[in-house]
Design a binder for this molecule. Sequence first.
Ligand code: THG
Length: 265
Amino acid sequence: MIIIGELINSSRNSIANAIRDQDIEAIQKVGLDQWKAGAKFIDVNAGTFDDKEPEYLKWLVQTVQEVADVSCSIDSPDPDAIESALSVHKGIPMINSISLERNRYENMIPLIAGTNLKVIALCMSDDGMPKTVDDRLRTADRLINRLLQNNLPFENIFLDPLIQPISVDTSFGIEFLNAVEKITTNYRGIHTICGLSNISYGLPARNFINRAFMIQAIAKGLDSAIMNPLNKQLMASIIAAEALIGRDSFCINYIEAYRSEMFDF
Ligand code: THG
C-alpha cells in the first residue's frame, strides 16, 4: 500500500494555526511522525488560505523536506499554487490533483505534460461528482487517454474514483468498490487511490467504518490511500489485508510489522 499522510491540511485547526504562525516545528513534527509511521508521501494542503495558498504551499514543502527525506503530495486545485510548490520540491512529488473538468484539466496540464510527476486524477467531469460505477469508468477512460496523449507515463497515474459518505447515500460505498475493481482489471498496472475518511462522514465511530472499508477496497485492488498513518489499528488492518490478498510473500511484512510493535495488532 502506498500511504499518503493526510494530516498537514489547513482544514484542521491545529494546522491552519501552525501555517498562519509559520510554526516550523509544529509542521515538521506532523510531517516526521507520518513519515516514520510509513507514509511514502506527505500530503500538503493550504486550501483555506485563498490568496496566500501559493506562498504557504511552497513553505510547507520546504518545511517538511528539511527534516524528512520524503516526497510530498501537493494538494490544490490551483495551478499557480502547485507551480509554486513544485519550484522547491526535491525528488518526484505527487500532484493532487487533476480532473476532467475542462478548466482544471487545461490549466493544470502544462505543468504535467511530458514530466515524470505522479498525478492523482479525480474521476470528476463538468457533469459533477460521479454516482455510479459507469460514471466513474467513463471519466477514468477519458482521463487515462488524455494523460497518455500528454505523455504522462501510465504507471504515474493514480486514479481517484472519489469516495462520498455512505451517510448521504448507502450506494456510495459499493459503487466506489466496484469502480476500483473495474479500473484495476481494465487498466492493469494503473494505481487507484482514495481519500479514505470521506466514507464515514456524518457517522459515529468513524475509524471503525474507515477500517472496514479500507479492507474491502484492498480486496478490490486499491493500492494507495490518503489517510492518517498514525492510526495504528488502521495500519495493522491494512498490513493484514495485504497479506490476505497475496501482496505479501511469505507474510514477511505482516510478521515484521507485528514484531516491530509499531502498530495495534
Ligand atoms: N481525494 C484526493 N485528495 C483529497 C481527498 C480525496 N485531499 C483532501 C481529503 N480528500 C483527504 N485529506 C484529509 C485530511 C484530513 C482529514 C480528512 C481528509 C481529517 N483528519 C482527521 C481530523 O482532522 O479530525 C484526523 C485523523 C483521524 O482522526 O483519523 O479529517 O478524497 N485526491
